[in-house]
Design a protein. Structure first.
Length: 342
């Protein structure tokens, strides 16, 4: 353990480059981890192009971590060298080693591989925060992670059902007890989405988004808009029944909020973080750290399907270009930082 190769973004819209950096030392309350797998997210493209959520330059992208504990910082209990983990943050997984806060680190059950784990934490949190957490974080369907299926008999629509977020949302809706879960996604993913809990899949290549409400000819108790762009905002509102609740992953136009408010409907613009964003995220993040490993171990929540990119961290640049071009569907792109060569 002598080098730490990192994929560094010098500034917005600059080319990524591999650098040798010191291996950090864990402080009080922290874990030093070796990162076995890291996933790419559309957020990486946005951060790289405009610097959103970047605190300082140069910056190391990467929000999803899976790896093992190498060293335990002072004051940390419940963790040992060699423990398997997953974790999410707004930076830092595109390198070989990193220090992370033990408090918000997930213990990885033995039935989940590092590659599977890397597909999971950020987009899983985006579903849980939006659906389960109380306002203003989410729409408050199950803030205690109750297993008594509190939404049994209700209906939900997931726009963008085959996205990473959408796949987790379908499973979370099933856990909540929703009787009807309609996914709007490509038909080629239909059978897989039904194994996750979708009761019906509407092909996005056959039915234009703005025609979805008339095609469905019914409204839903909950709409989760995992696309949140273009026509999806109006479609979400039109598909929502009286007293309904809608979650957006990106900020809609003001007129969407105004219409929802005037109709007495509940909405949330979700930020899928487990900590650091607001005190409410910290509190709900602790609940996720407690409950998510059990849900994964029991198979109630299944990770995304994945594709491992060759070349370690050098594969990230091409992967981000595929994301920008819309050439990734139904899978999460994953890299192995330890496979990186200088």
């Amino acid at each position: 353990m002598s080098t730490n190769l990192a994929l560094v973004l010098p500034a917005a819209n600059e080319p990524l480059r591999i650098e040798q950096r010191p291996i950090p030392t864990p402080g009080a309350g922290q874990l030093l981890i070796k990162i076995h797998a890291a996933a790419l997210n559309p957020l990486d493209c946005y951060m790289a192009s405009v610097g959103a959520f970047v605190e300082s330059w140069p910056h190391i992208l990467g929000e999803d971590y899976a790896g093992e504990v190498v060293e335990v910082g002072a004051g940390v209990s419940g963790w040992s060298k060699g423990d398997r983990i997953m974790y999410t943050d707004l930076k830092g997984s595109f390198q070989q080693y990193q220090v992370i806060p033990a408090e918000f680190t997930f213990k990885l059950p033995s039935n989940i591989s590092y590659d599977e784990a890397a597909t999971t934490p950020m987009t899983l949190a985006t579903g849980f925060v939006g659906l389960f957490a109380n306002s203003p974080l989410g729409v408050g369907l199950n803030p205690t992670f109750s297993r008594n299926q509190p939404q049994k008999g209700q209906s939900a629509l997931v726009i963008g059902g085959s996205t990473s977020v959408g796949q987790f949302v379908i499973q979370q809706l099933k856990f909540l007890g929703f009787t009807t879960v309609v996914a709007y996604a490509s038909a080629r993913h239909a059978e897989y989405l039904k194994t996750l809990g979708a009761t019906e899949v509407i092909d996005r290549n056959t039915v234009p988004l703005n025609n979805l409400p008339s095609t469905l000819a019914r409204q839903f108790n909950v709409v989760y808009d995992a696309v949140s762009a273009g026509d999806s905002f109006k479609t979400s509102v039109a598909s929502l029944g009286p007293g309904g609740k809608v979650v957006f992953v990106l900020t809609p136009p003001d007129e969407i909020y105004e219409k929802l408010s005037s109709e007495g409907k509940t909405w949330a613009r979700v930020y899928g973080f487990t900590h650091r964003f607001t005190p409410g995220h910290d509190e709900f993040g602790r609940l996720q750290v407690e409950h998510v490993p059990k849900l994964l171990e029991e198979g109630i929540i299944k990770p995304n399907r994945f594709e491992v990119l060759p070349g370690g961290l050098r594969g990230v640049a091409d992967g981000l270009e595929r994301l920008r071009a819309g050439k990734v569907s139904g899978v999460k792109l994953v890299v192995h930082p330890y496979e990186t060569e200088l």
